[in-house]
Design a protein around this ligand. Sequence first.
Ligand SMILES: Cc1cc2nc3c(=O)[nH]c(=O)nc-3n(C[C@H](O)[C@H](O)[C@H](O)COP(=O)(O)O)c2cc1C
Length: 158
Amino acid sequence: MTISNEQFRAAMSRFASGVTVITTRDANGAAHGITVSAFCSLSAEPPLILACIHKDTGSHYAFLERQAFVVHILAEHQRHVSEQFALPTDDKFDGIPPLDSSDGLPVIEGSLVTLECEMVNTYDGGDHTILIGKIVYSEVLDDKPLLYFHGDYRKIAP
Ligand SMILES: Cc1cc2nc3c(=O)[nH]c(=O)nc-3n(C[C@H](O)[C@H](O)[C@H](O)COP(=O)(O)O)c2cc1C
């Protein structure tokens, strides 16, 4: 027994989540980023998070090459950032120029939370790869989160 793709999507779309953009650089130094909601806290000691990246995305190889990445938990005002990084465009950073982290990874300014991570493991997860990252630097702003539920962006009610 299994469920259809439609049944899977219908069920998962009812899981309300925040929205992240996860960035890295490939071996040639090109910046990559992808909108990801499959992100969660994993361990406090050591500080680990996990994120799931579809194997077919154009940026998948870059995460494996660099073995490090930056998670940006988006703020309410960053809906356009989520939309841009969810498109398979050549220049994801057009109009959103990144800063460089101390390790030279792309950092998107104004994010609610910024987590610089070293990759400590990857696991096969069906059509996705599960990335396990150890947080080596974090920054938190006092702002509201961008939310996603049932195929649309949401806000925390005032
Ligand atoms: C709200 C939202 C959440 C998403 N979550 C994920 C995710 O968790 N994992 C994933 O691989 N793609 C996710 N996507 C889709 C990717 O962002 C999209 O396929 C992107 O174009 C991939 O970029 P690339 O192929 O140019 O690298 C999500 C898209 C949206 C709009």
